[in-house]
Design a protein around this ligand. Sequence first.
Ligand code: ARG
Length: 585
Amino acid sequence: MITKPYLKAQLRKALCTALEQAFPELSQTQIEITLSNRPDSADYQCNSAMKLAKSVNLNPLDFAKKWCDHLPTSELIEEIFITGAGFINIRLRDAFIEKHLGSIYKSPRLGVNSKDYQNQKIVLDFSSPNIAKQMHVGHLRSTIIGDAIARLFEFLGAEVLRLNHVGDWGTQFGMLIAYLKRYHSNVLNGKSTANLEDLSQWYKASKVCFDEDIDFKNQAQREVTALQNGAPESLAAWKLICEISRKSYEEIYQLLEVNLIERGESFYNPYLFELVEDLTNKNLLTVSDGAKCIFLPGFITRENTPLPLIIQKSDGGFNYASTDMAAMRYRTQQDGATRIIILTDAGQALHFDMVSKGAETAGYLQKNNGEKVRFDHVPFGLMLDETGKKIKTRSGESEPLMSLIQNAITASEKIIRERGNHSFLEENEIRNLAKTLGINAIKYADLSSNRTSDYKFSYERMLRFEGNTAAFLMYSYVRILSIKQKIGFRDLSDTLFKITHPSERLLALHILHFDEVILQFSEDLLPHRLCEYLYQLAEKFNVFFRDCRVEGSKEEQSRLLLAEIVRKILFTGMQLLGLKMVEKM
Ligand code: ARG
């Protein structure tokens, strides 16, 4: 992380200065600061004494004592005490928390220092289904997580290019076009229509023909060449196939409210020969079994032979890796990316490991001025049903995404009606709420589980109103809105926040960590930490609201300010996750 979160940076500065004074030989040493595990008495702790004591031949306790002797209490620190074998505990001053909270309220990004992101250009490649095939749950995960990452960088002020790298090129289109010409010419000449379901059936059927019928196989191969050479008829057929698929994907994007720019594999087709030329000039290609390959150190097959990154196949054709290499080059050199991020299931990790190493070797992850372009492959696990198996319909087909989403909406409507307390909602408001809740629930269930592991999809769990769920956050938000409305809205910019109760203090302290969570998210691209933070925020708010009367109390203004900051952070956080807020529920 380049920018340090504010609070930790202040603490680090104080601790490092003291360390340097106590032990000049340890200047410039890295230290660890974490949240305290005894939140009743301390806010932060530093465990570095254990590690550092050895280097100056002291025991950790004496080391910590000497260190702390040089650490004065200050505007920031109220109390320092050592526990156990040399753990340094720090309690912040209330006045500092109060002041900083006020500045978060007034700051446009709620205290997040985004200066490192202002001039960044992030190329984010996500969703990326394959033309003529149904989108599957992997693409749903990619779409939801990708959108959250895009929103994060947009919030930080970076320019984000949201690219849908659809699989719209390759030899399989030869088969499909040959099949359409033979059996469904009416679709090609516009006399009848087809949808994605038809296409994916025909796609499967064309594969069977390809394997069984030599004439068909020959024709399919001729179609590939024709398509690559830009023969108008083949190109028209291909465009039609893409158009039909696009229409179906578009429905899902609209429902999820996710924006993407389609720039599929075919986009890079004109750059593939150039790529081969450039790699040849750089002496990176080796011909192996007729194919042009890059051999990278450290990549070997199970048989212990070098594993090639194939750039051009022996028949002259190109593959997934060729396109990805061309895409890396284009994104750095033409798009001016400062960071490239690609989301796919974890199964493609090796592919991207090789492509990124290949791109680095070829200089495609370097800007003209020599600066490095950061690349992240963001992998995610499988989405499974409640029993831990792949999600399937009753007939054994993989569940279409649309029905997955529709089912969540139906289930959420049922729950809203069953809860019974919806007399304040009109009929159409109930339906709208069900739609928002259903979609939010699907998104949040995905985002709140660690993306690196598989996760179990459960309508029942994701639609609960308690616990770490979308409904709980939405409900907490609505609750604060209604408190605000009851008291009456006021301009709070001159209000001073005062800590008068431990629950207020714990909530305020949690608010002060918002910037850290956001900056961490921009580093590790793990949205579940933001979810966890928001969940804790809502929980801590509830405790505060239970313990501290707001309306009519003498601290009303100060507490209203605290509630308003919680509302703002919930609002921002949910927006970053792509969730929609409601005003009543
Ligand atoms: N279409 C691919 C798939 O469905 C994902 C593409 C990801 N992006 C990329 N640049 N390879 O698995």
